[in-house]
Design a protein around this ligand. Structure first.
Ligand code: SF4
Length: 181
């Protein structure tokens, strides 16, 4: 029997019903931060290729679904001996990211929630990132200095678009009358 849909529309969240069709990108919470500063650098060539594909999907308006544990960005790393994606320190990063990102977006992020980030929301998250108010999850990360430099220089060349090309999100917003995430 299918799981009943939970109405999270007040929070701008929807239960996913189409992830089996590849319609959403799975994302663990702290990767919402990493996406803000992604400019094509990463652990391996395979990791970067996969990351680029994910960013292209998001830039074209595809929704994302919050998961706990390894996500679509982690996937190429899961068989690497150096994989850290299941470590408790990384799970803790997710926990720290959830509350701070939720505060900026004005709604509580939940595992299983589906989001379509608007340009305005990406800009708000980048502004908070630059100000340092959503960076608790970054403590101890090897990329911290690079991400700080990227924020300082206005997220230049970052691949996640904050341009108003997210027509899909805008259309859904008009249809539902609710702000979308
Ligand atoms: S410092 Fe690390 S955790 Fe923070 S955004 Fe950059 S890559 Fe992600």
């Amino acid at each position: 029997m299918p799981e009943p849909e939970r109405n999270n529309s007040r929070l701008g969240l929807q239960r996913v019903c189409c992830d089996k069709n590849g319609m959403t990108v799975s994302l663990r919470p702290h990767h919402l931060l990493c996406l803000l500063t992604y400019l094509g650098k990463g652990y391996t060539a395979n990791f970067v290729r996969n990351y680029d594909r994910i960013v292209r999907r998001l830039n074209s308006g595809e929704a994302l679904r919050l998961v706990s544990g390894p996500d679509d960005i982690c996937r190429p790393m899961l068989k690497e001996t150096t994989c850290h994606c299941r470590r408790s320190s990384v799970v803790e990063r997710d926990r720290l990211a959830v509350d701070e990102i939720s505060a900026v977006l004005g709604c509580k992020l939940e595992t299983g929630g589906r989001l379509s980030l608007s340009s305005a929301q990406i800009c708000s998250l980048r502004e908070a990132f630059r100000a340092g108010s959503i960076r608790s999850a970054c403590a101890g990360c090897e990329w911290q200095e690079l991400c700080s430099d990227i924020a300082r220089t206005g997220f230049r060349d970052c691949r996640l678009s904050a341009c108003p090309t997210d027509n899909g999100a805008a259309a859904r917003q008009i249809k539902s009358g609710q702000p979308q995430m």
